[in-house]
Design a protein around this ligand. Structure first.
Ligand code: NAP
Length: 488
């Protein structure tokens, strides 16, 4: 069993106030809101609940710090990130416990996220000193073109609850490296991990005002005025497509540059020539990473009829034998979903598919007792009219469909408004390239069930978003290009 005293101490150690201009301060009227443990439904602690005035104070601090920060040596910016990277790794056991307590996923999953999240700081610590420009002679030989890349200015970063640390470091890392100041608003369900990260960055030497943290339950009321304020020069959002659309509309007023990492509906295609065992292994990762609460989660499995029963049976064996429980307990592989609404939505999607004719091969029932648990579930014979064909499940449910022609699989895979990631299993190299080119997605997992990598450009097409995070291009989202024309 987990050690309750250690859990309490780890939660107690996190600053719970707003971080504005380098100072931890209460919200207006010392308002707070509760953070819950989804495995028990109990309250872990209270954190500051910012008002619109607090949000504006955070922007004031970011705007004040911008000029000095932009002028800080790139090496210094990089070294702060590098120190923070090392501190995150040193404290990974405690951060993992914190993340599991507020978000629910098993400790092993939290540790994997921390490794992934910290890597963005290491990657961008190296990118900070490699911001380049251009110099060229005019085509007519008379003049010169000088191109420089400069920090875009104060940024507003809004992050979701499903990867509480990585969705923050993927934005904070390049913003620091580029020389931008920022206001970050973590999800109200999981504010503690970002508050802990902010504390680490302060201890790593980040100057006051560069990172300001606003936790709030009045999200729209606090974020709206910031988006409308001309001093914010960039909005980077990760979350649902629905909220993303609203934020794009709001950003239009200031013609604000936006990055949008939005929802997914990933197809997972298994061709007749695939290594079925490898495909099942990949499916477990693509489906069960983060208990299915990932934008990259495989949402629809399209399996060739020749291997469909073998694949489904092996997947059922693996999914049906997973250990469910509190994420902090030893040996647990499946924790609770993040909140009751999320669990109810998953149950509703499964019930809808079953009513329309899908067969439950494992799982499919909400267990009794405390916490927001839902068991790993495999559905076969799923009709295409089921809601989960179009909607993001965001839970541990794998619907399996069959196909006989590649063309049929590609058409079904692309028949969605989303386009974040597609997974493809085949041993035939030509088929792999042909289908990868035709899949409408920002990323393809080719014979692998995970695409997340700090060194690669992460992002989607269609309604899965705008822009890329990570890789060589990740820092570009935080830089503005300026061209100087000169005569010589
Ligand atoms: P969400 O409901 O869209 O919330 C995301 C963030 O936006 C939260 O911080 C939320 O604050 C904030 N927000 C909500 N309404 C807002 C408003 N009117 N103005 C400004 N901010 C607002 O998404 P979620 O449920 O946290 O996350 C799950 C979604 O994120 C899924 O669709 C998933 O696919 C997507 N996601 C995408 C990626 C990617 O890289 N493409 C990665 C991870 C997750 P509150 O917490 O206060 O509501």
């Amino acid at each position: 069993m987990a050690d309750a005293a250690r859990e309490r101490r780890i939660v107690e150690d996190v600053p719970k106030k707003l971080l504005i201009g380098g100072r931890e301060r209460d919200a207006t009227d010392t308002r707070t809101f509760p953070v819950e443990d989804p495995s028990t439904g109990e309250i872990l602690c209270e954190v500051a609940d910012a008002s619109p005035e607090d949000g504006m104070a955070a922007l004031d601090a970011a705007a004040r710090a911008q000029a000095d920060w932009a002028a800080t040596a790139p090496r210094e910016r990089g070294e702060i990130l590098r120190r923070a990277f090392e501190m995150i790794i040193e404290q990974s056991d405690e951060i993992a416990m914190l993340m599991t307590l507020e978000m629910g996923k098993p400790l092993a999953e939290s540790k994997a996220e921390i490794t992934y999240a910290a890597e963005f700081f290491r990657w961008f610590s190296e990118e900070a000193v490699r911001i380049t420009g251009e110099w060229r002679t005019n085509a007519n030989g008379n003049g010169r073109v000088l191109v420089m890349r400069q920090p875009i200015g104060p940024c507003l970063l809004i992050t979701p609850w499903n990867f509480p640390l990585a969705m923050g470091t993927r934005k904070i890392g390049p913003a620091i490296a580029a020389g931008c100041t920022m206001v970050i608003k973590p999800a109200a369900l999981t504010p503690l991990t970002i508050l802990k990260l902010a504390d680490i960055l302060t201890k790593a030497g980040l100057p006051e005002g560069v990172l300001n943290v606003v936790t709030t339950k009045s999200t729209g009321r606090v974020m709206g005025p910031l988006i409308a304020d001309g001093r914010i020069r960039k909005l980077s959002f990760t979350g649902s497509t629905e909220v993303g659309r609203t934020l794009i509309e709001q950003s239009a007023q200031q013609v604000l540059k936006t990055s949008m990492e939005l929802g997914g509906n990933a197809p997972f295609i298994v061709c007749a020539d695939a290594d079925v065992d490898a495909a099942v292994e990949g499916a477990m990762l693509a489906k069960m990473r983060n208990i299915g609460e990932a934008c990259t989660a495989a949402n629809r499995f399209y399996v060739h009829a020749d291997v469909a029963e073998e694949f489904t049976k092996k997947l059922v064996d693996r999914m049906g034998s997973m250990t469910i429980g509190r994420g902090v307990d030893e040996g647990v592989e499946v924790g609770p979903l993040v909140e009751a609404d999320q669990r109810d939505k998953v149950a509703e999607l499964v019930d809808d598919a079953v009513q329309k004719g899908a067969k439950v091969r494992t799982g499919g029932q909400v267990p009794s007792g405390a916490g927001y648990f839902y068991p790993p579930t495999v559905l076969a014979d799923v009709p295409t009219s089921a809601r989960l064909v179009k909607e993001e499940i965001f839970g541990p449910v794998a619907p399996v469909f069959t196909f006989t022609e590649d063309e049929q699989a590609v058409r079904a895979a692309n028949d969605t408004e989303f386009g974040l990631v597609s997974y493809l299993y085949t041993k035939d190299l030509q088929r792999a390239i042909r289908l990868s080119e035709r899949l409408e997605a920002g990323m393809v997992g080719l014979n692998q069930g995970m695409v997340s990598n700090a060194g690669a450009p992460f992002g989607g097409v269609k309604q899965s978003g705008l822009g890329r995070e990570g890789g060589d291009v990740g820092i570009d989202e935080y830089l503005e290009i300026k061209y100087v024309a000169l005569t010589v």
